[in-house]
Design a protein around this ligand. Structure first.
Ligand code: 4AD
Ligand code: MG
Length: 477
């Protein structure tokens, strides 16, 4: 007897063999046909019972969600909809599932409802497809970097620094909140805290990755990052996974080349390896689009969008050019932007980014050379003295998917910047050491993994592409 999976059975290579498979019942109809799924594939295998061979009590327990074991023969199916099926000789119920109270019924549930049942939503086609794709994308990330000579580096999760300087930190402390030790001046005395100083969950592994790049040459992180930004949007999470390559001797152009090549590789990988799941999500999105007013529907299907990104260069546009385009755009002139673009220096909002990508260029865009004022302290200052070598990759439907830069490698320029921003120079002594001991041009970027999964799966809300989303007022599960 061959112990096997649904995915293997659907390939039909164990035809006419005695097989043994476990799984969960998706549906059971006519007391005869079980659609069985074990997570190995989007598709179910049909199991056919001769109901006279089974007692009434057993048949009653074959309900949606029940865990069962099936033994039988794999045969070619005469019915429509499947090539192979199992003629069941033995069946045992491993775990009952009471249909009266089971939340996941064989019907369409709203994504909002399923978010409340995040521990069970993975049993639906949509979520199983999304999470299999997420897994495949993660594999492609590691494969890309390994094949290209990068080392996988694990940045610390607890840190004393705020890499982005945005102050959106989750504090890490084991002080007694009811009895905080205070200093003479009445401030909390963090010298008595676990680490002897203020610490937080990391917002980015970049600063530490830079130290490794300046020894190992090419490194990347792929780990959890945390931001206490109170943004209830479809593109923000409080806990998300970021991929951060950092490369010694790369300038901004090299960095752009890397970002494009890397993203295209991961998408190509899933197009080649995850066809069933992508076809399903393609259809799901097409059905969803049909419910929208015609003018809001996307011109392209999910698969068309993925192929488009794989096959075309990303358009490279300077911030200054982008501002000109936006200033003269129809929505700006008609006052349709929530934040009208008045002058050079304005921070770009997602409405602007999406206008550039979706309406103006109609392709992924890399914006570069931003005003120094609106970007982080570590970005390399250009000769003009007012812009920095920053780059953001903007994607249709997503907005910013990558943020990165060439780093400031000149000690004096960096120190001046740190002082001007009032950042504690002492805390960054090790970061400044890099600029003292064999400094060099280097660059890197951060890709929000969930935004990549969102783009790949066509899911509208980032909360639906991570197993257990963390966002304001929610840390269930
Ligand atoms: O642009 P960000 O803030 O860049 C950095 O953190 C740099 N230190 C990266 C680097 O150069 N090594 O974040 C990078 C990306 C964004 O482009 C976005 O895709 C994602 O991380 N991101 C988020 N994703 C989900 N939820 C959030 N709250 C996110 N904030 C950023
Ligand atoms: Mg950014």
């Amino acid at each position: 007897m061959i112990k096997t999976t649904v995915a293997a059975l659907l390939k039909g290579k164990d035809l006419l063999q005695n097989i043994n498979v476990n799984g969960w019942v998706r549906t059971f109809r006519s007391n005869r046909f079980i659609a069985l799924n074990d997570g190995s594939s989007l598709n179910n295998i049909q199991c056919v019972l001769d109901f006279e061979a089974f007692d009434e009590a057993t048949l009653k327990r074959i309900t949606t969600g029940a865990a069962i074991n099936v033994k039988g023969t794999l045969i070619e199916s005469l019915g429509k909809g499947q090539k192979f099926e199992i003629q069941v000789t033995e069946l045992s119920i491993l775990g009952d599932c009471n249909p009266e109270v089971y939340p996941i019924q064989p019907k369409k549930h709203s994504l909002e409802f399923l978010r409340e049942q995040a521990h069970l939503r993975i049993r639906t086609n949509t979520f199983s497809a999304v999470m299999r794709l997420r897994s495949a994308l993660a594999f492609a990330v590691h494969q890309y970097f390994t094949q290209n000579g990068f080392y996988y580096f694990n940045a610390p999760i607890i840190t004393g620094s705020d890499a982005e300087g945005a102050g959106e930190l989750f504090r890490v402390s084991n002080l007694d909140a009811k009895k905080l030790p205070l200093t003479n001046t009445g401030a909390v005395d963090y010298s008595q805290d676990f680490f002897g100083k203020q610490t937080n969950l990391t917002v980015s592994g970049q600063l530490e990755a830079e130290t490794y790049a300046l020894a190992l040459g090419k490194v990347y992180t792929f780990g959890p990052t945390f931001r206490a930004e109170n943004s209830n949007t479809t593109r923000h999470l409080a806990e998300f996974w970021m991929i951060e390559p950092e490369v010694a001797f790369n300038d901004l152009e090299d960095n752009m080349d890397l970002a494009q090549d890397f993203i295209q590789y991961t998408l190509k990988y899933v197009l080649e390896h995850c066809q069933d799941d992508l076809d399903f999500l393609n259809q799901r999105l097409a059905d969803e689009e049909k419910t929208k007013p015609t003018q809001e529907r996307s011109e392209f299907s999910l698969l068309e969008k993925l192929h488009f990104v794989v096959d075309n260069n990303f358009k490279r546009v300077s911030y200054t050019e982008a501002i000109e385009i936006l200033k003269n755009s129809a929505p700006n002139k008609k006052n349709k932007f929530q934040y009208p673009i008045k002058e050079w220096g304005a921070d770009l909002q997602s409405e602007h980014e999406r206008f550039l990508v979706e309406k103006h260029f109609k392709c992924p865009v890399i914006l570069y050379d931003y005003p120094a004022e609106i970007k982080a302290f570590y970005m390399r200052l250009n000769e003009d003295g007012k812009t920095v070598r920053a780059m953001d990759v903007l994607f249709p439907g997503i907005g910013e998917i990558v943020g990165g830069s060439q780093r400031e490698e000149r000690l004096d320029v960096l120190v001046e910047k740190i002082k001007a921003l009032g950042i504690n120079e002492k805390e960054l002594w090790w970061y400044l050491d890099l600029r003292k001991f064999g400094t060099c041009v280097h660059s890197g970027f951060g890709l929000g993994f969930e935004r990549l999964v969102q783009f790949t799966t066509g899911m509208g809300n980032i909360r639906d592409v991570i197993p257990y989303p963390r966002y304001p007022q929610n840390a269930e599960f």
